[in-house]
Design a protein around this ligand. Structure first.
Ligand code: FMN
Length: 193
């Protein structure tokens, strides 16, 4: 069998961070859809950010095992996918907390290719969250290599019409085709960085 996405002699490893913790989250459903749909392109590990304590500068040099595991996963990843809802016109605190941990001491995001995505029940949700996310990712402690905007933003709206029950998978054909094309762009971006 030939592995299609051999990348520098190994499989491409992607870590996905999801900004929602709720069990029926559409954003988690998108992560799981992508994990399955693109398994011939990359290995995807969904990061556990629920276990991260609140960021505390007093603890940053001696953090919990959950923080160490999270930072190690990001540090070893070839690229990062961030899938987030919008909370109060910005990113959820749990996502910001994870990024704050990652931004300190060994600064594991520096130079990492990142693809932001968001899912909403409404029409325009996640536009502000994704704009804020791009600003956060450009900060001096993070310095990610963000997938350039201008057609590469992925905002999935009216989620309750596009994910099927009971599997929770994204099934809307037009959305999946669009997603395929943007994932292709991201895979090339990761290879080019
Ligand atoms: C605390 C909170 C704040 C929210 N603020 C916004 C918002 O500012 N803009 C928006 O479009 N949706 C907002 N929503 C709606 C969420 O984006 C929506 O519930 C989304 O489905 C959550 O993602 P999930 O299904 O992955 O959990 C908010 C929801 C919560 C719980």
């Amino acid at each position: 069998m030939y592995l299609i996405s051999i990348f520098g002699g190994k499989w491409m490893n992607i870590v996905t961070i999801v900004g929602s913790l709720r069990k029926d989250s559409y954003n988690i459903r998108l992560a799981k859809t992508m994990e399955e749909r693109y398994k011939d392109k990359f290995n995807m590990q969904i990061a556990d950010i629920r276990s991260l304590p609140h960021y505390d500068q007093d603890e940053e040099n001696n953090p919990t095992q959950a923080v160490k595991d999270f930072k190690e996963a990001v540090s070893k990843a070839d690229g990062i996918i961030i899938i987030t809802p919008e909370y109060n016109w910005s990113v959820p605190g749990v996502l910001k907390n994870a990024l704050d941990w990652a931004s300190r001491v060994d600064k594991v995001f520096i130079g990492k290719p990142v693809m932001p995505l968001g899912v909403t029940l409404g029409m325009l949700g996640t536009i502000r969250a994704q704009a804020h996310l791009r600003e956060i990712l450009a900060s001096s402690g993070i310095q990610a290599k963000i997938l350039p905007p201008g057609g590469n933003e992925v905002l999935i709206n009216f989620a309750n019409q596009k994910f099927e029950e009971p599997t929770g998978q994204l099934v809307d054909e037009g959305t999946l085709e669009f997603l395929d094309s943007k994932v292709e762009v991201f895979v090339d971006f990761v290879k080019s960085v």
